[in-house]
Write a protein that binds this ligand. Structure first.
Ligand SMILES: Cc1cc2nc3c(=O)[nH]c(=O)nc-3n(C[C@H](O)[C@H](O)[C@H](O)COP(=O)(O)OP(=O)(O)OC[C@H]3O[C@@H](n4cnc5c(N)ncnc54)[C@H](O)[C@@H]3O)c2cc1C
Length: 396
């Protein structure tokens, strides 16, 4: 692997640093990444999105004719890396819109869909949620039952979705439904773009153990959606969804975010004391920090390998499950280590004893399902690695 950057790429890195020095709303502050903190700072975050949009840095490598940057993948990586290093908010606010709805629209959308949906994602004017999981179809997503039947120039949707993140804030949902009950289960599905205010749609928020309501269950009772809201061909829903999930599992920027958290942990270990001396002197703490450091570096190198494949025009697929699996392990261990270093204060969510801003590590601990289960559980990642990378048989 060649790790050197060209003079143009280095110039771009300098430009990003100058921009961040002026516009990064998080500069010099340690800010929680939970929903409450983000909502409290919405005006600053919208101004940040606008500043990025004006530079054509939201949707960095998306086509310019829809408002994207038309840029290269290496520059995009540099941008994400510098933003993460500077503790800047994520690039663009329409998280799911940018992560997989937009890429799905670019790959499978009609010209009208691209013109209608891509600009509001980039400008953070419209937010998306993802309707895949159902009470009986999570890991085995292809067993889903929510169905859409053709009635003239509309689909009529009936059924239920669950664990729909950010459903209460979204204006649109990318929905995976069964459109052909007689076809083999992976072939009978289609993707629909559904407005959240459609008649017959009910959103019931779900409260989680940290007290937040980050997701909802959704009920569809004869919800009508025009056929031009279908993304891809009828029956192509599984391909569209696979593209989305590969995007969810391949993010390089999140490695820099993990490096940040590791630095915060080291800093915490310098400030807290275990057995009468700084926690950073404790051999068990040092060994756990070192293990995290090595795993994150391995993830960074894998991320660069994915980038190289993308630059060569090769698809990335099953291998992203390795980083998804490692990330889950790293995130859980970080929360545990942070709370262990804080000692008895590490067990408190509120009160005077928290050692780090906003009960950071306690919330990290309680938020483990986000990174462990969301986007596919560790067992499923192991199945993918076993079958599609190592070539092990499906049934033993
Ligand atoms: C924070 C968070 C956000 C989410 N956001 C969304 C969202 O926005 N939209 C959406 O559609 N869904 C979302 N989900 C749902 C998520 O995709 C599912 O929870 C996940 O796919 C697991 O499905 P399940 O909960 O039905 O568990 P199940 O599939 O029932 O799994 C239960 C257990 O069985 C294991 N298991 C299942 N099948 C196998 C197998 N073949 N081999 C080995 N072990 C197996 C699993 O690993 C797990 O431990 C979110 C989940 C979380 C936690």
């Amino acid at each position: 692997m060649n790790f050197t950057f060209s003079p143009e790429e280095e110039r771009f890195r300098s430009e990003v640093r100058v921009f961040l020095a002026e516009k990064n709303p998080n500069r010099g502050e340690k800010i929680g990444s939970d929903i409450e903190s983000s909502l409290a700072r919405l005006p600053q975050l919208l101004a940040w999105n606008q500043a990025l949009y004006d530079k054509h840095w939201v949707g960095f490598n998306w086509p310019q004719r829809y408002g994207g940057g038309g840029g290269g993948l290496i520059e995009q990586m540099i941008l994400k890396e510098e933003c993460a290093k500077d503790h800047a908010p994520i690039l663009g606010l329409s998280y799911m819109g940018l992560a997989w709805v937009g890429p799905g629209l670019i790959k499978y959308g009609t010209e009208e869909q691209k013109q209608r949906f891509i600009p509001p994602i980039l400008k953070a004017e419209e937010h998306w949620c993802t309707g895949y999981s159902e009470p009986g179809a999570g890991s085995d997503l292809a067993s889903l039952q929510c169905k859409a039947e053709r009635d003239g120039d509309h689909y009529v949707i009936n059924g239920q979705k669950i664990w729909t993140s950010l459903a209460s804030w979204a204006q649109w949902m990318i929905l995976l439904v069964r459109t052909d009950l007689s076809a083999p289960k992976h072939l009978g599905m289609s993707c629909l773009l559904v407005p959240m205010d459609a008649e017959g749609m009910e959103v019931r928020p779900i409260k989680v153990m940290s007290g937040e309501t980050p997701f909802a269950e959704i009920f569809f009772n004869d919800v009508r959606v025009p056929i031009e809201n279908r993304l891809g061909e009828e029956g192509q829903g599984w391909d569209v969804t696979k593209t989305a999930l590969a995007n969810e599992r391949s993010s390089i920027a999140e490695v820099t975010a993990l490096q940040h958290n590791l630095e915060d942990l080291k800093d915490l270990a310098r400030r807290c004391r275990i057995g009468g001396r700084a926690a950073i002197e404790d051999s068990s703490v040092r060994s756990r920090l070192a293990k995290l450091d090595c795993t994150i570096e391995a993830m960074r190198l894998s991320g660069l390998r994915f980038l190289t494949k993308q630059l060569r025009g090769e698809p990335i697929g099953a291998e992203t499950s390795v980083n998804k699996l490692l990330r889950a392990q790293v995130e859980v261990e970080m929360g545990r280590l942070g709370c262990d270093i804080e000692g008895s204060a590490g067990r408190l969510l509120k009160g005077p004893h928290g050692m780090d801003v906003g009960a950071k590590w306690q919330k990290h601990m309680l938020g483990w399902p986000t990174t462990v289960i969301g986007g596919g559980t560790p067992n499923i990642q192991k199945n993918v690695i076993a079958e599609r990378i190592l070539g092990l048989p499906h049934d033993v």
